[in-house]
Design a protein around this ligand. Sequence first.
Ligand SMILES: Cc1cc2nc3c(=O)[nH]c(=O)nc-3n(C[C@H](O)[C@H](O)[C@H](O)COP(=O)(O)O)c2cc1C
Ligand code: SF4
Length: 553
Amino acid sequence: MKLFEPFYIRDLEIKNRIVMSPMITNLASPDGYPTDEHIMYFVRRSSVGLIITEYTYVNRIDARGSPNELGLYDDSLIPKFARLTDAVHDNNSRIFVQLVHVGRKTRKSLIWGNTPIAPSKVPLMDEVREMTEEDIDRVIDDFASASERAEKAGFDGIELHGAHGYLIAQFLSPAVNKREDKYKDGVVFLDELIKEVKSRVSIPVGMRISVTEFDQQGLNPELVNKILLRVQDKLDYIHFSAGRDGPLGGSSSFYYKRLSYLEEAKIARNKITKPTLLAGSILTLEDAEKALEVVDAVVLARQILAEPEWPLRIMNGLPIRPCIRCNQLCRLLSTREVRCDVNPELGWEIFGLERGEGEVNVVGAGVMGMEIARVLAMRGFQVNLYEKENKLGGQFNEIRDPYKKSEFFKLIDYYEKELNRLGVKIHFNSEVDQNNNNKKENVIYAIPKERQPEFKEYKGEKILVNSNLYAYQDYVFEWAKYNEVYVTENTFKGLDRNRSYLLREKYNELGVKIIKDQINADIVINDIRKNQPSIGDSIARAYWLGKTYKLSH
Ligand SMILES: Cc1cc2nc3c(=O)[nH]c(=O)nc-3n(C[C@H](O)[C@H](O)[C@H](O)COP(=O)(O)O)c2cc1C
Ligand code: SF4
């Protein structure tokens, strides 16, 4: 399989063609060094050939974008980063650091009260200051000094973050670079930056770039190709991604196509002779093989959050826990560490599972019951899983949104295969009543604290949905077939920007009207929640139940 053949970035051999994408996690300390949790999170994923760290700020003045982001702004951090690179190397993988200056894409509060800087005074969040030539020299020096520290800390390479509308992209993108001096041509800045970094380190240096910024004014594949042809001689690899600051960013939800940016990458990589990497909804072996027809290595982001052992499981033909592209728990990074709705272990890799022994009966084969059964079986218990219906999935079986359904059901397939592999005995059409009159020992009832509302059928009605519950977002797909359906803006409350934007598009296609104010209707649904039952909640509760379960309970 080509996926498991080594490839080279300059003279650096990388054991396979699977790369872990840079992802901010907030697992670093507030000072910007990797914690034990952070290191273990990477170690668990070291069956990839190459790990690229999350974006890592290069100065403690104006470069940071997230509260607990890695930072390489001072020599005192070198030993702390060496703990990370040593651990990854000891687990036989390579590790690059992704260096960033966020430019205008930050808030004053994240950059120690300073004013965000940018090539031009085009504000995004807070007010911004246009960079002087001194600022430009300072920032280039910050990148180069951080690169020197990275080399001393044992990193195998440097990735300059030139994608997603951060500072380098702000120079390159005609949408936001409005300068009148020589830096009007953003490649001048990029060129100076790469030259300075390369003059100060001997490890490979590559760059991430967005193949499209999803608007008329911004970067597009043709423009990106022109930029790359001007700088590729100085770079050791090129990493394709997408997005700037609009809703169609680089992490596309289940409403967007897979692979997300393959066509754009084909254009952007024309006549590029350096190794190329591509990210964007690569979830399966088939996705990876398709991407390898265009680029040299595949980059996994959310899928490697969902399934840390993706390469090993692919190699051994084992079931893979799929990322369902819900963009829920992994997108709450302004106030949370990274978490994943389908992988409750994410961020807790530091704790293993304690061995157990004996027989346990789990009642209910929704995701909660299946996850409890999985964890108990992993611990060594013999597990019986009872379900009153004749199929797995519980509330999943009520999903009406076709896009969601096709992606979410892969999770049920995974559980079915994994539970079989782990020897869990599944009993369908089996009631075990909550009063335990059937007298089973060691019973766990896998009943979520709260459930989503059940589907009701309507025909020929005028329906108003004023609710952010996932279930109602779904049911609109079915109701729109036979009714006149209106939804308020509240419907999209709490959804990440990509999912919200694309759901609006889907509703428009179905003729569902999105309204600001409430109207009279035959059926009115008013139910707005701050917290609502979710897959992530059920699976996380299940994980902790299974992990801490003792037979004497
Ligand atoms: C939790 C999270 C954090 C991210 N942080 C970064 C980052 O620090 N640097 C970066 O270049 N991209 C970042 N991204 C974008 C991903 O690296 C990747 O390009 C994108 O999610 C598409 O890949 P996927 O479809 O496999 O998730 C992040 C994505 C996620 C989900
Ligand atoms: S939270 Fe959802 S989108 Fe994010 S990694 Fe997990 S399954 Fe994928």
